[in-house]
Design a binder for this molecule. Structure first.
Ligand code: HEC
Length: 184
């Protein structure tokens, strides 16, 4: 019995020692300054894998199943379009599907919605809402929980999902916006 207890404690001691060595190793790497924090650096595979795995697992359990409570009509679409152009287009693109200078510089790129508009329309309403509400940590995607009302966020969700089949006059208005760069 005593031998068993002694064996257990030496096993435990070995485990604690191993954890200390690993944590010290991680600290040494982080504090040695070898990791370049520039946004123009490629993302290491391990970091990409960790982010992808954790975000997928999180969203599986936390995505609200809520459907958009607002009716699809020109008023909501038109307001959604305005909000999208002012808050999102600089990163997610306009009707021409081109990337802005800002989004060329992202480390983790932002999808240009219009280029796969029909695909995005299949995403659950609550999932798009979640991204707008919370943003994505350590990427350029901001959280709009403080700056948009609930109605505004649902209007943007509606605009993204209806982008590929907008009714007139919202369609002409959307296609007429050529740049979000106000100095041009
Ligand atoms: C400053 C740049 C920037 C702005 C502004 C921005 N986004 Fe994003 N967005 C990103 C980036 C970068 C990603 C990719 C994040 C990732 O892959 O983890 C992203 C991801 C997303 C996603 C998730 C796409 C997916 O992978 O499923 C949605 C939805 C989204 N944004 C919607 C919006 C909406 C709507 C707005 C405006 C209200 C907005 N974004 C504003 C940069 C931005």
């Amino acid at each position: 019995m005593e031998r068993k207890i002694a064996c257990f404690f030496s096993f435990l001691g070995g485990g604690i020692f191993a954890v200390i060595v690993i944590l010290s190793g991680i600290y040494l790497i982080l504090s040695s300054g070898v990791i370049d924090p520039g946004a123009d650096q490629p993302i290491p595979d391990i970091e990409r894998w960790m982010a992808k795995t954790s975000i997928r697992a999180y969203l599986k359990g936390h995505t609200p199943q809520t459907k958009n409570p607002l009716p699809v009509n020109n008023e909501n679409l038109s307001n959604g379009c305005k909000l999208y152009v002012n808050n999102c287009a600089v990163c997610h693109g306009l009707a021409d599907g081109k990337k802005s200078k800002i989004s060329e510089g992202f480390n983790k790129s932002a999808p240009i919605f219009v280029n796969e508009a029909e695909e995005w329309s299949k995403d659950p309403d609550g999932l798009i809402y979640w991204f707008i509400e919370h943003g994505v940590r350590l990427t350029a995607m901001p959280a709009y929980s403080k700056s948009m009302t609930e109605t505004e966020k649902w209007q943007v969700v509606m605009f993204i999902k209806e982008m590929y089949k907008l009714p007139e006059p919202v369609k002409s208005r959307w296609q007429g916006i050529k740049t979000v760069d106000v100095m041009n």
